[in-house]
Design a protein. Sequence first.
Length: 332
Amino acid sequence: MQLGTSLRFIYASSPDSVQEYHDSVVARGEFSDIPLGVTDARVQARQLLEIAETAATGGFSFLMVGDSHASSYANAFAPTPTLARMLAVTGDMPVGLLYLAPFHHPIIAAEQVGTLAAFAPEPLTLIIGNGDVSAQFEGFGIAKGSRGRRSEEFIGIVRALLAGETVTHKGEFYELNGVRINPVPSVPAQIWVAAQKGAAVERAGRLGDAWETAPSSSPEELTELLGVYERTCAEHGRTPKAVLRRDIYVAETDDAAWAAVEPMIAKGYRGFGGEREGTLVGSAQTVVRRLGFYRELGFDSILVRHIVGDHQLIIDSMKRIGDDVIPAIKDL
């Protein structure tokens, strides 16, 4: 089993960020993240680099960063320059970035991925998400109901461009006339599709090199959706690769872990905590046992993100994972 980490955080932009977030996002039932940490963007950037370096030295198998757009309440570090800077501290660890496809033009996206691939360990991974927060779509003047179709068209164009093809395309959202990009990755970039529900999971099976699950899906939902994904892969001649996305925090004891996490749950984090046995919160021994459960469920690639907002707690947890979790799950 392999364990990678997501650094797709958003950070507080002011002391009032969390309350503004609740008023503008949580109240609409579109909760996804809580702004974390201190409010100084330069300090936040240095902390991100420290977390990335800790992941690399701790034996994590993969690191990714990702999108968040049009935020009035939080600092969301753009993934392309952020990952480029992190490459100076992550060494040979495989890396990737998530783009919310409706907010990107496929030519620009492919050029950025092609450029990053020249600096990064290959294959570089591009994860495609649809986006969910209505305010982001409103800010861009994009109909939220078009997001699935936009993502599908985007994936086809970007995959062709990253393969070095000359692309002429006239679709619902994009029109291209004889376009090529350079540099082209010397090793084909992997394209994962992040998906939570049936139609999007089928899209991952048809178009993606892997399916990244939603972090809040229950074991019962995961079992059902894994069947949908594997059947779709078989129908389209693709080899299935399912990547389980989960939130995590590892402390010395289960009680200490939950004491650190519960303040985030109280703020409404993802509806998290309804069923503790499905979480990756606890001691190293507890987390190893739960990862074994997910391995039996059919997942041998896990992508975790820390739920706690305190920087030192994240660093301490990552060190425990590197020391006590990753070695224990290596042969699961």
